[in-house]
Design a protein around this ligand. Sequence first.
Ligand code: 4AD
Length: 434
Amino acid sequence: MGPRVVYIEELRDHVGDEVTIRGWLFNRRSSGKIRFLIVRDGTGFLQCVATAKDTEPQSFELCERLPQETSLVVIGTVRADPRAPGGYELLLSRLQPVQVPEGQFPITLKEHGVGFLMDHRHLWIRMRRQFAILRIRDAVLWAVREFFKREGFVATECPVIVGTQVEGTTTLFPLDYFGEPAYLSQSGQLYLEATCMALGKVYWIGPAFRAEKSKTRRHLTEFWMAEAEAAYFDHEDNLALQERLVRYVVEYVATERRRELEFLGRDATKLLAEVKGPFARVTYAEAVRIVNGRGVPMEYGDDFGAPAEDALSGHFGKPIFVERFPAKIKPFYMKRAPDDPSVVLCADLIAPEGYGEIIGGSQRVDTEEELISQLREYSLPLEPYRWYIDLRKWGSVPHSGFGLGVERTIAWICGVRHIRETIPFPRMLDRLYP
Ligand code: 4AD
C-alpha cells in the first residue's frame, strides 16, 4: 500500500505528509535541473516539483516526456508555498502513468476558435476556465437548494414530457407520444401550481426546452430553470422572494467560489455591491421611456430585445424588476392587475451589466372564469388544460411563482458573455454534438 490517497483540495490538511494524488497531466515545463508538472484531479490544479535528488530516476525521466492529459498517479510530499498556484506544491517522489495518450491533446494552452472548442466540448471542459465556470455552476445550484430549504420550500419534480404548452407555440419541441402529440416541457410551472396547492411552497430545478430558432448569446434550446411556486403568495411576496434568492446565491458563490471568480477575472466585490441594496423596480411603461431615453428604439407593446435590456441595466447598475407588462405580450396564465386589466401582475428580473433577463415570474390567474376567458383569448384549446382549470374549482387561492434561468445567472456571476460556456454540453440551433 502506498501513501494515503488525497484530493488536491484537501492538501492544506496534509502539509509535510507524503500523499498519493490520482489525476491527469495538465502541463509541464523544465527550468534548469528542475522539472515542473501541473497535475489536475478534478478538485484543483497542483504544481509538482521533480528533482534528480528527490525523485526516483525513472519518474524523473518521465517528467520530460509524458504528454498533456496523461492520466497518472503521483506520490510526493506536500509543501506549503505561497508562490505556488493554490498555495501548495508537491515534492515529487515518484509517478505512475495510467494511460499515455499517443498524440497531441487537441486543446493546447494556446488560443482556439470557438467552433473548434465547441466541437471538442467533451475535452474543452478539462481546461482551467471551464473548470472554474462549472464549479461556480455547482455552487449556484447548491445555493438555490439551500435557499429554498431555509425558506421552507419543498423540493418536487415536474414531468418533462407534456401535452400542453406554457410559453407560446413558437418554441415547442414536438414529440410523438404513442400516436398522441406531445412536447418537451418549456417550464414546469403548470405542474408546480398544482403541487403548491398540496405542499404549500414548492420548487424544482429542472430542464426546459425551447426550439429557439435564432442564434443569440443568451439562448439555448435546452436549459435549466429553478422554478418556485407558493400558495397564498401575491405579486409583492413573489418579488421579495426572488430578491432574497438572487442575493443569497451571489453571496454564497462569492464566498465559496472566490478563487474561481478571481481566476475568471470577476470582481466579487462588484457583484456583492450590485445585490446589496434593494433591487430597482420599474413598470414596463417606465422602462420603455428609459430605454428610449438612452437612444434605443422600442414601442409600447414590443418585447424587450437584448439592446433594450442592456440599456436598462446600464441605467440602474443593479438588478431591475420590470413589472406590469401589457397582457398581450405575456402568457395566458398571468393575473391581470385589478386597477388596469390591460397589464399583468408580473415581473422580469434584468441582471446588471448587460447579462439580460434572469427571472420571469408572475401572480397567476386564480379563478375558473378568468382562466377560461384567457385561454380563449389566446386561442388555446380548453381540453388539454382541463386539469389545470380544475385546480381553480377546489379551494383556489392567490398564488405566484417564477423561473430563474440557471445559465443566464451563471453567465452574469462569472462575467461570461456567451451562455454556451455555462452548461457542460450546450444545445443550440446548430449544436447537437458532443
Ligand atoms: O420567462 P420565462 O419564459 O418564464 C417561464 O418559463 C415561467 N413559466 C417560469 C415560471 O414562472 N415558473 O423563463 C424563465 C427564465 C428567463 O428569465 C431566462 O432567464 C431563462 O428562463 N430562459 C432561458 N435561458 C436560456 N435559454 C433560453 N432559451 C431561455 N428562455 C428562458
